[in-house]
Design a binder for this molecule. Structure first.
Ligand code: PHE
Length: 371
């Protein structure tokens, strides 16, 4: 018996086929064969083989059927052969498009190859300044301070006047700064804050005593850049106000902080200083952590403290009663202390950095040393 496949190689006349029914039967058998094969297709090469065998341009089954059965059919049979042929052709194309679609879905779903080595992306780290902020914040958290932050653009009232620095006061020269260009008629001039101290005022305006806050942030001054100056740098302000805070609480707190930061063996001392918003005002020093406070190193003078045995740290003092007047605190009932720690300076001291500019240059060779 000749198979249906072999029959596609012959013309109807040779097969003895002439009626509509007989022709439909031939196409039915062919479709049945295609369906059987279609169901067996699994792999990519099998799918391609199916396409070439059934739908290919030249020698496929469809091409043969078209040539032998359709184009060579007697004229009066062409119409129904044509419609059977179209049905057959579409049936196979649809079947093929299904397996192709299924393959595409499988491809998209294919799980990653977990045995491949991963892509190594460089991991960043906190900038040293940010790390030192964190160290200092943690020390003050541990003794009950909380963090507040404030605007870098300030009014002269908060940056100066309310801190007991009236216009034309000589200390304004030290801290002269960048003023913003504002439209004519602006209600107040604006400037980049020269210290974090304005937040003393803003905090006390909002909050009744007791107050125990630290204020980390950026500050700006019209300084020319050199190894120890930058027009932008960082401070942590501290403020503690209550009904019973003494000078002893003040120095004890600072000593605790300095020893936590530099190590338990360092000593602190303070010298008289001047700030309009503290009275008395002091400068805190730490015994040089590099030479153990001796001023000597390797038989010569210590290069860090230049033989002085002490290193100047930061300014501080007891809050000047005049300041309480600006925030409606009763200067007869409350007392407190404030300090302003320069973060860049603390980072340079602790990590042996001799140029403040490296903090702002973003050179990864520097940054990578503090992962
Ligand atoms: N604001 C002062 C400065 O930037 C530092 C300071 C803060 C001094 C608080 C005393 C009290 O120089």
């Amino acid at each position: 018996m000749t198979t249906i496949l072999e029959k596609t190689r012959s013309l109807f006349a040779d097969l003895g086929v002439s009626t509509d029914r007989e022709i439909q039967e031939l196409f039915r058998q062919l479709i049945e064969l295609a369906d059987t094969e279609h169901k067996k297709v699994i792999t990519d090469p099998e799918r391609e083989e199916f396409r070439v065998r059934w739908l290919g341009r030249n020698d496929s089954i469809r091409a043969r059927v078209k040539r032998n059965w359709l184009e060579n059919a007697p004229k009066e049979m062409r119409r129904w052969v044509g419609s059977s042929f179209n049905y057959f052709s579409e049936h196979i194309e649809t079947g093929y498009s299904y397996i192709k679609f299924a393959a595409e879905i499988l491809e998209a779903d294919r799980p990653e190859d977990l045995s491949l080595p991963g892509v190594l992306r460089p991991v960043g780290s906190h900038h040293l300044i940010r790390q030192v902020f964190q160290e200092i914040e943690d020390i003050f958290f541990s003794i009950g301070f909380s963090v507040v932050e404030g605007p870098e653009i300030e009014t002269p009232y908060y940056n100066f006047e309310a801190l007991n620095i009236p216009e034309f006061h000589p200390v304004r020269d030290d801290m002269d700064t960048f003023y913003l260009e504002l439209p004519k008629g602006a209600p107040t001039p604006l400037l980049l804050r020269t210290h974090t101290s304005p937040m003393q005022i803003r905090t006390m305006e909002k909050q009744k005593p007791p107050v125990r806050v630290i204020v980390p942030g950026k500050v700006y001054r019209r300084d020319n850049p050199d190894a120890t100056h930058s027009f932008a740098f960082h401070q942590i302000e501290g403020l503690a106000v209550d009904t019973d805070i003494t000078f002893c609480d003040f120095t004890g707190t600072i000593e605790y902080f300095v020893q936590q930061f530099f190590g338990p063996t360092v000593k602190t001392r303070f010298r008289p200083s001047y700030f309009p918003f503290t009275e008395p005002s002091v400068e805190f020093d730490v015994s040089c952590p590099f030479c153990g406070g001796t001023g000597a190193s390797n038989g010569g003078t210590c290069s860090k403290c230049k033989g002085a045995a002490w290193i100047e740290l930061f300014g501080a003092g007891m809050v000047d009663p005049a300041v309480y007047g600006f925030v409606n605190y009763d200067a007869k009932k409350v007392s407190g202390f404030a300090f302003g720690i320069g973060i860049d300076r603390m980072a340079m001291l602790k990590y042996g950095i001799d140029d403040i500019q490296v903090f702002f240059q973003n050179d990864v060779r520097f940054l990578r040393q503090f992962p």
